[in-house]
Ligand binder design. Structure first.
Ligand code: NAP
Length: 243
């Protein structure tokens, strides 16, 4: 992949991993478009990156996705990279959580349905442009599940296998998956130890992206996946704090 002069839509580009990607791609002389939910975060990111464009969009709302697609088709027909990064994780117990249905649907809509819908709608635009790519941000928890986040793990496992199948289907548009373990962001505040910074993730992602490495396992994910192949029960124990 060429790293310069692209037009890149990054969902969830106002915080954490998405923001670090937005900053890096803007510094590499790309047109960056950031779509996220919260208006005040979009204003803050515009102050930080005046050259980026921002679009308010709640990806869990079908009407907002339709509006985002329409805006991209009308204003950015040169779009050649779509980064599906926005995501939410809720921790809950199916026996005690009163809001299981609402939380589960929200995780599925945001983490799995939205990326698939955006790809379905924006693929005709990507296919018309050179150096075209889709980048889906999944998670090590889509490979090895964590007990207190079953739906999150399910959405990321779904995104992983969807990404792989789509890669086999498409020729012109390259399909990448970024598989992070713990990264120090708002999502992981108060959770876990041994986190890496979003900038370190982006360093690794960019190296893989440039070399057309389609499945980019970040940091400890490489070792975790190796352990999972050899001793799956041990990998489960490591993720659930009993290894
Ligand atoms: N942090 C980790 O350790 C880790 C590990 C593995 C995978 N990941 C994945 O990496 C991605 C980024 O996570 P992060 O850690 O950077 O989280 P983060 O700092 O919480 O950022 C999440 C971003 O997604 C946006 N977002 C959430 N729901 C949205 C919605 N319904 N519509 C539009 N935008 C929405 C947020 O914007 P608003 O706040 O405005 O909604 C924010 O910009 C996620 O897919 C996550 O699952 C993270």
């Amino acid at each position: 992949m060429k790293l310069h002069n692209n037009t890149i839509l990054i969902t969830g580009g106002t915080s954490g991993i998405g923001l670090a990607m937005a900053k890096r791609f803007a510094a590499l002389n790309n047109k960056v478009i950031i779509a996220a939910r919260s208006e005040h975060k979009l204003i803050a990111v515009k102050e930080l990156l005046p050259e980026a464009d921002t679009i308010q969009c709640d990806l869990a709302k079908p009407a907002d996705i339709d509006k985002l697609v329409h805006t991209v088709e009308q204003q950015y027909p040169q779009l050649n990279i779509l980064i599906n990064n926005a995501g939410v994780q809720y921790n809950y117990d199916f026996l005690t959580e009163p809001d299981v249905h609402q939380k589960a649907v929200h995780e599925i809509e945001t983490n799995l349905t939205a990326p698939i819908k955006l790809i379905a709608h924006l693929l005709p635009v990507l296919e018309q442009n050179d150096n075209a790519a889709i980048v889906n941000v999944s998670s090590s928890l889509g490979m090895v599940p964590k007990a207190n986040a079953p739906v999150y793990c399910g959405t990321k496992a779904g995104l992983h296998i969807f990404t792989k199948a789509l890669r086999y289907q498409l020729n012109h548009t390259k399909v990448f998956e970024v598989v992070p373990a713990l990264v120090d962001t708002a999502m992981t505040q108060g959770r876990g130890t041994g986190k890496i910074s979003p900038d370190r993730l982006v360093d690794e992602f960019i190296r893989g992206f440039e070399r057309d490495k389609y499945e980019i396992n970040i940091g400890k994910v490489k070792l975790l996946r190796m352990i999972q192949r050899i001793a799956p029960a041990l990998a489960d124990k490591i993720i659930n704090g009993k290894g």
